[in-house]
Design a protein around this ligand. Structure first.
Ligand SMILES: Cc1ncc(COP(=O)(O)O)c(C=O)c1O
Length: 278
């Protein structure tokens, strides 16, 4: 059923090495809140989400994980095969080592093309669900962008606004104030997005969800992507237009510094509430 109808929801969770020894899944309760919301939105039964923290701990121990890793949790529909049939939710959890992507500490920034492809609207699919069905179009958009020489792309909304990257949240900084597209623009309610909005409050950086279009984005001083797998990546250019502060990236750098101090357990973790509503 998962393959026939694209019925599978998932989470990507980082497991981080702690400065004092050991490892810890980062913001796991928030990821599980989103997983429950995805299951409910896609009408899939709960296969035992409450058991996932124990499964992740067991996988970590059995595989002798002592450094940064990435855990993928998915719930796929299994059933007799007709579209209207009842389904069972089959849970699978995998864990593999994963360090930094090349963007965070590298000398370069991403060159993104604004795609002709859109995120599905809320009238097409529940946009707050992290459902595999959302990714088929994003994958085409990314392939097109790469073929055109970009490092990645931004998907738009049916109204012509800019939404997000295929697997990461978009953030822009104008005059020191951060904004990220609102959930009403059909973006995934990112766990890192929720962390960024809360962390900005701690850092005294003005931050709010706000719709953007290409013209507004081009007027930003700084643009970056964030997400569990990518962590933080500076954007150097949008289409062929250079982002002025991409090299200094002052806001992204402050956030990344705070993030890594928290994930390593060196400072208290910011309180993050995941919600499908801004
Ligand atoms: C479409 C999309 N948007 C945003 C994100 C970032 O979300 P999170 O911070 O929860 O990883 C992801 C990550 O998987 C994603 O697939």
């Amino acid at each position: 059923m998962a393959l026939r109808y694209g019925l599978s929801v998932f989470e990507g969770v980082r497991v981080y090495r702690l400065a004092g020894g050991g490892v810890r899944p980062w913001l796991l309760p928030q990821h599980l809140d989103r997983l429950r919301a995805s299951l409910s939105a896609m009408l899939l039964p709960d296969p035992g989400v409450d058991e996932i923290p124990g499964i992740v701990a067991e996988l970590t121990a059995r595989n002798g994980i002592t450094d940064d890793a990435y855990c993928r949790i998915s719930v796929s529909a299994e059933g007799p095969g007709l579209i209207g049939d009842e389904v069972k939710g089959v849970l699978s959890v995998t864990l593999r080592p994963m360090g930094r992507k090349r963007w965070l500490n590298g000398a370069d920034g991403m060159r993104l093309g604004v795609s002709r492809w859109q995120r599905p609207s809320a009238a097409v699919l529940p946009t707050h669900a992290k459902s595999i069905a959302q990714y088929a179009g994003s994958r085409i958009a990314l392939a097109e962008a790469k073929a055109a020489g970009y490092d990645g792309c931004l998907l738009t909304t049916p109204e012509g606004r800019v939404a997000e990257a295929p697997t990461a949240t978009l953030c822009a900084v104008h005059g020191g104030a951060l904004s990220t597209p609102p959930l009403t623009d059909g973006v995934l309610p990112g766990v890192t997005r929720a962390w960024v909005l809360a962390a900005c409050r701690d850092l005294g950086i003005e931050a709010q969800p706000r719709s953007t279009d290409v013209a507004r984005l081009r007027a930003a001083d700084e643009v970056f992507l964030c997400g569990t797998g990518l962590e933080f990546a500076p954007v150097r250019a949008l289409d062929s237009v250079t982002v002025p502060d991409w090299e200094r990236r002052p806001v992204m750098s402050r956030l990344a510094e705070k993030y890594f101090a928290e994930v390593r357990g060196e400072t208290r973790a910011t309180e993050v509430r995941w919600s499908s509503d801004d």
